[in-house]
Design a protein around this ligand. Structure first.
Ligand code: ATP
Ligand code: MG
Length: 557
């Protein structure tokens, strides 16, 4: 095989293994626990594992690490599959499960017992924790450590047969209670849980721990490189020790990389679950969630997420990535692909006094200046328009170049208008403004050469379509919401203004737009059609505003 150029340290290790004929076909895996929806951190791991398989013409398995029956759910399994495919990846063959291997793992556990490498321990979880010692002090050996092989085999079988209550016994590896590595101090391999598993039902009441299940599952599947996050580095000696006990063929190699942390975001599934369960957001796919489902609903594209993963790179040291980089990636993608439309979020009525009452004419709008193949559209223009309330000021400060009494502006794609009058209600609120237009400026320029400083967006009131627009902002106000101060909870840092719903008007061009269609609302940002949107009610989610803070930072550097 031609060895490709390595672009990160994981690929360097793979290339070294290929050169040394340690393996020939590269097989990786993505092993989520189905106890929540996948998030942007998982997306990074997906891009890495599936990306390597693509690059090396290898394979990547999807394996559900379903060893914790109480926390797992079929809804999560389905969402995991959907999200991986939406990103554009396909696992090799069937979806695999750690639970496919429960039988084999049980047999191997008996091999360890027979070789004097595992024993049944009657201590409770608390007692085990209390006798583990500390990193500087050795632990205490269990009084059950020297049970005979026969007794261990008998007790282990009875554990499996359901003779003992939850938590009353465990199977532990017999390694070294004085090891400087705490994970090597007789780690638990099996615990008793009389729980119904979403796949194996009630067949099992003993469940393997992550450490016992993971490496052996990798081995069964012929995984060559088992890529995981840094917190598992300290588990690696145990990963290898277990393989020493059972493996005869080619063994998987565990490689650790830094997990992705994002500013203004929590990523732990435990915290994400709380946000959902306690109603801080409207479900796992709420557009404010860092889940793949949430990002999709927010308007993120697979390409933007993959590009983000590429820019972040693969590191050996943990760090936090600025969420502005993620926002930059979606702006960059949508700038190239999203059609432009005009939408008014906070409408102010404008009547053009000198325009014929019932006329409608059309002006041409460019759908995407970055992509000429996107063409143009006709935008209706008539006597009554809506403009953005913010684009008018009765008493403007200096340098306000939008509309104000006596001032002239350009309406995007067409005429110059001038404000001649303001209409107010009895409480003094402006209800509409009256303007005149210059019929000679239809193409946006004055034949006499006079200039205007401002161009504002607008819609024609009669043809515009009402739309609900959900203005999403960052969910947290604190840069690192997982770092919780004394006496506080991470939910205390939730941004109270993370969602604002407004009712606006959009050009008729958006009529019938399908869910997940992305638009740039001119001057306002990128918006996507929400899946709850339909022909009777158009609903848009704001993906991101136009202001790119990351691009500015990057330019300065
Ligand atoms: P959490 O801590 O959020 O619950 P987890 O690590 O328990 O996440 P798993 O479902 O076990 O979640 O993870 C599946 C795979 O995704 C693992 O290989 C894990 O290393 C990887 N992964 C999880 N979170 C991140 C992250 N933030 N950055 C990169 N990879 C991640
Ligand atoms: Mg996990």
């Amino acid at each position: 095989m031609n060895i490709p150029q390595a672009t990160n340290f994981v690929e360097e290790i793979i290339n070294e293994d290929l050169k040394n004929n340690v393996c020939s076909t590269i097989i990786t895996r993505f092993p989520p626990e189905p106890n929540g929806y996948l998030h942007i951190g998982h997306a990074k791991s997906i891009c890495l594992n599936f990306g390597i398989a693509q690059k090396y013409n290898g394979k990547c398995n999807l394996r559900l690490d379903d060893t914790n029956p109480e926390k797992e759910d079929v809804e999560y399994v389905e969402s995991i599959k959907q999200d991986i495919q939406w990103l554009g990846f396909q696992w090799d063959g069937k979806v695999r499960h750690a639970s496919d291997y429960f039988g084999q793992l049980y047999e191997w556990a008996k091999v360890l017992i027979k070789n004097g490498k595992a024993y049944v321990c009657d201590m409770s979880a608390e007692e085990i924790a209390a006798t583990r010692g500390t990193p500087t002090e050795p632990g205490k050996e269990s009084p059950y450590r020297n049970r005979s092989v026969e007794e261990n085999l008998d007790l282990f079988e009875r554990m499996k047969n359901g003779e003992f209550p939850d938590g009353s016994k465990t199977l532990r590896a017999k390694i070294d209670m004085a090891s400087p590595n705490m994970h090597m101090r007789d780690p638990v391999m099996y615990r008793i849980k009389h729980a119904t598993h979403h796949r194996t039902g009630d067949s099992w009441c003993i469940y393997p721990t992550y450490d016992w299940a993971h490496g052996q599952s990798d081995y069964i599947e012929g995984i060559t490189h088992s890529i995981c996050t840094l917190e598992f580095e300290v588990h690696r000696p145990l990963y290898d020790w277990f393989l020493d006990q059972i493996a005869t063929g080619q063994r998987p190699k565990q490689i650790e990389f830094a997990r992705l942390n994002l500013s203004f975001t929590v990523m732990s599934k435990r915290m994400l679950l709380r946000l959902v369960q306690e109603g801080f957001v409207n479900g796992w796919d709420d557009p404010r969630m860092p889940t793949i489902a949430g990002l999709r609903r927010r308007g993120y594209t697979p390409d933007s997420i993959k590009n983000f993963a590429k820019l972040v790179g693969v590191a050996k040291k943990d760090s936090t990535v600025d969420i502005a980089l993620l926002e930059h990636c979606i702006r960059d993608d949508l700038n190239k692909s999203a059609n432009r439309v005009m939408c008014v979020l906070n409408p102010l009525k404008v009547v053009i006094l000198n325009y014929p009452d019932n006329d409608v004419e059309y002006v041409e709008g460019i759908n995407n200046p970055e992509d000429s193949s996107a063409g143009t559209r006709s935008i209706p223009f008539s006597k009554v328009l809506y403009i953005e309330r913010d684009d008018f000021m009765e008493n403007p400060p200096k340098k306000f170049f939008r509309l104000s009494p006596g001032a002239e502006v350009r309406l995007r794609y067409t005429y110059f208008i001038k404000c001649v009058d303001i209409v107010k209600d009895s409480s003094g609120n402006i209800t509409e403004i009256h303007c005149t237009y210059d019929p000679d400026t239809k193409d946006g320029y004055a034949p006499d050469g006079r200039k205007v400083k401002g161009t504002i967006h607008w819609v024609s009131a009669q043809q515009a379509i009402p739309a609900e627009i959900r203005l999403y902002d960052r969910l947290f106000t604190k840069e690192n919401p997982s770092e919780v101060e004394e006496g506080k909870d991470f939910t205390d840092y939730i941004n109270p203004d993370s969602l604002k719903v407004v009712n606006g008007f959009i050009e008729p061009y958006a009529k019938g737009a399908r869910p997940y269609t992305n638009f740039q609302f001119e001057r306002l940002g990128y918006f996507t059609v929400d899946p709850d949107s339909n022909d009777d009610k158009l609903i848009f989610n704001r993906t991101v505003t136009l202001k790119d803070t990351w691009a500015k930072i990057a330019q300065k550097e």
